[in-house]
Design a binder for this molecule. Structure first.
Ligand code: UD1
Length: 424
């Protein structure tokens, strides 16, 4: 078992380029199945979820090569259309392969991706979208059997689901006719997927708005593309600065994607400066954070559910009380009992959580129970008095590339200990 040892209380200082976005690279890797030649992707984060996606691509018959942050995918040999239960469970968003598989082969056999640490993971909207595009979907005892080449159609999403929007786009690109996706999710990663597919020759319009149109059936080429920066990793690092104090500049992220998170830090008393692809946060050592007005998670451009835990961790040590309302997932307060071990004062009632600010957290042995919850515990430890030991790193490594090295670059006192000698 690996753990992170974090000595808190040291202000963070410096500048770094944020890793590529997990939530962008995963659908783009699935989209490579649609390419007419090799695809070279730059700025790909090295994450266990990315390794799992590459495993699925290899299994389907693609040639895949990963060197540093560059991944090359040659889909010309891909002919399989079956994804095993083990691979479907290897990462939460494995369902994103459904749309491109159908578009490429006219069939797909897979299983449910399973629940996850955030609660139930329904895929009803994904399947409804696939049906609306003209494919047959049969579900039985855990298996999903899809048949038929997509013809295109009208997809109306009852919830602006990120994954269902992406699946519909990916399936629609290979359809014989036009598709309109209404009440589409508007997340920046969907704009990145549109840009990537259009680079290969697709004709998609409207990503970033609630209506996306896709002209299906255009032949796609191979190509080269750089993945956008990860706004959630950026939000986590900025939460770390808010918790520990200091002055940090992040490059490679668009501050507009972080607007709601930056607004919270500004209200809490931090100074925020932003340029096109650079954002800077300053929290003076002698200036404690203030509580802020209610934080409600919502689809983009609302406050991101993925930033809820890290921002909550920062606000644990603040003057006053802050209400949170989690509207996206059922089980997204699993970091709270761990924060309580560090001296936080938080009450959870259903979707709501009340954070009563304390003067300072103290170090403790804590365990990550999900990806962003793990990021939150690192944030809390950076601001705490004394030493913390963070376990459960398999969750953290799904989405943060070498978190300890990133934090070390900002001057934090963090090290990873790997192996049997590590305390439980
Ligand atoms: C994506 C992100 C995840 C983020 C989430 C919300 C990726 C790889 N992951 O997840 O980090 O937390 O968006 O911003 O991009 N829903 C249904 N039926 C469905 C699909 C979703 O009811 O078929 C519900 C979900 O339970 C949830 C809501 O819709 O309550 C939003 O989920 P969705 O946008 O689909 O999240 P993901 O795409 O899974």
């Amino acid at each position: 078992m690996s753990v992170l040892h974090i000595r808190g209380g040291k202000p963070l200082e410096g500048e770094l380029t944020v890793q590529g976005a997990k939530n962008s690279v995963l659908p783009i890797l699935a989209a490579c199945l649609l390419a007419g030649g090799p695809v070279e992707l730059f700025n790909c984060p090295r994450l266990t979820d990315v390794t799992a996606a590459l495993g699925i691509l290899r299994h389907l018959g693609c040639q895949v090569c990963q060197e540093g942050h560059t991944i090359t995918v040659d889909p010309s040999g891909a002919c399989d259309s079956f994804i095993s239960e083990e691979q479907m469970h290897s990462m939460r968003s494995s369902i994103i392969f459904l749309g491109p598989l159908l578009a490429r082969t006219g069939q797909a056999d897979l299983t449910y991706p399973g629940g996850c640490e955030l609660g139930a993971r329904p895929i009803d909207l994904h399947l409804a979208a696939i049906r609306a595009l003209g494919c047959q979907v049969t579900e039985d005892s855990g298996g999903i059997r899809c048949r038929g080449r997509p013809v295109g159609g009208e997809v109306y999403l009852t919830i602006p689901s990120v994954g269902a929007t992406e699946n519909a786009m990916l399936c629609a690109v290979g359809a014989s006719g036009w598709t309109t996706i209404t009440n589409a999710a508007r997340e920046p990663e969907i704009v990145d997927l549109q840009r990537f597919l259009n680079t290969l020759g697709a004709r998609i319009r409207g990503a970033g708005s609630g209506v996306i149109t896709v002209e299906g059936g255009r032949p796609l080429s191979g190509g080269r593309y750089a993945i956008m920066g990860d706004r959630i990793v950026a939000a986590t690092l900025l939460s770390g600065v808010a918790a520990a104090g200091g002055h940090v500049a992040l490059k490679g992220v668009d501050w507009r994607h972080l607007a709601t998170v930056l607004g919270v830090f500004q209200q809490a008393g931090c100074r925020v400066n932003s340029w096109e692809d650079r954002v800077e946060l300053v929290r003076e050592a002698d200036c404690p954070l203030r509580a802020v007005s209610e934080i409600h998670t919502a689809p983009y451009p609302g406050f991101p559910t993925d930033a809820q835990a890290p921002v909550m961790a920062a606000l644990c040590a603040s003057r006053g009380s802050t209400w949170f309302e989690e509207n996206m997932f059922d089980s997204r307060y699993r970091h709270v009992p761990q924060l309580l071990r560090m001296g936080a004062d938080i009450t959870v009632r259903g979707r709501a959580a009340l954070v009563r600010g304390v003067e300072r957290l103290h170090g403790a042995a804590v365990a990550a129970t999900d990806l962003r919850g793990g990021g939150a515990l690192a944030v809390a430890a950076l601001g705490a008095r004394g030493d913390s030991v963070l376990s459960g790193l398999h969750h953290v490594d799904r989405g943060y590339e070498c978190l300890e090295e990133t934090l070390q670059q900002l001057g934090a006192d963090v090290r990873r200990e790997t192996g049997d000698r590590v305390p439980a």
